[in-house]
Design a protein around this ligand. Sequence first.
Ligand code: NAP
Length: 234
Amino acid sequence: MPNAIVTGATHGIGKAIAEKLLANGYNVAICARTTADVESCKVKWQSEYAGANILAETVDLSDKQQVHSFAASVIAAFNEIDLLVNNAGLFYTGLIKDEPCGQLERMMGVNLYSAYYLSRAVIPVMTGEDNAHIVNICSVAGLEPHLNSGSYSITKYAMMGLSENLRLELKDSGIKVTTICPGYTYSRSWEGTGVDTSRLIKAEDVAEMVWTTINLSANTIAETIVMRPAKGNL
Ligand SMILES: NC(=O)c1ccc[n+]([C@@H]2O[C@H](COP(=O)([O-])OP(=O)(O)OC[C@H]3O[C@@H](n4cnc5c(N)ncnc54)[C@H](OP(=O)(O)O)[C@@H]3O)[C@@H](O)[C@H]2O)c1
């Protein structure tokens, strides 16, 4: 069975990606900060996908040591990794000129550095023989500026830079790097807002896009995928 890591997979986009992979025969390692959510995903998935090896750990990815120890646990359990999905992300609003001091650094820790540290830790056990893949869940905010979430946008531009440089470095190794840039997607942050959900991307559609891109032939790579609500931004 192929082995995947999905960070931040207890809610939203990450959870939809983990479930898509489990339904298609992957072993999956996930992490998030809230132990109850990590445990409940593990229990639910172990009953639904009995043949899968599921590693679920409480990890705060803003802490470099915890990223490294999560990587070590996954490598000990799986030996080889076929797919790494850097999904976990933090989103704070605010104007760059007014936001609390440290807001950029907090988001950078999760949105950029965790993906950087985890990718570096895992690349040595991604052989590339079977079309190995790193998928970074970025954002349209990594392609264009966003009013009132400027620092978040900065972190996602940085993630674009990480993805494009890694893709260049790895292109002869058989490890592809794809960036998916969704616009507004229904997830935890939209719960209880009364938003018309038909105006938002479905997390399952982002998962479907991950599935499509990792199943392209070895000849082809989808480099950057942009997804937007079909009826335009709210
Ligand atoms: N939803 C959107 O509109 C949208 C649009 C474009 C891009 N994105 C990107 O898509 C990704 C997923 O977003 P989402 O909307 O699905 O988020 P979400 O529903 O809030 O889920 C985020 C997941 O990441 C985990 N997480 C957050 N901080 C973490 C940390 N420090 N360490 C470990 N796990 C952490 C959360 O669990 P815990 O809280 O328990 O840690 C949760 O499982 C993010 O990178 C986001 O920037 C989202």
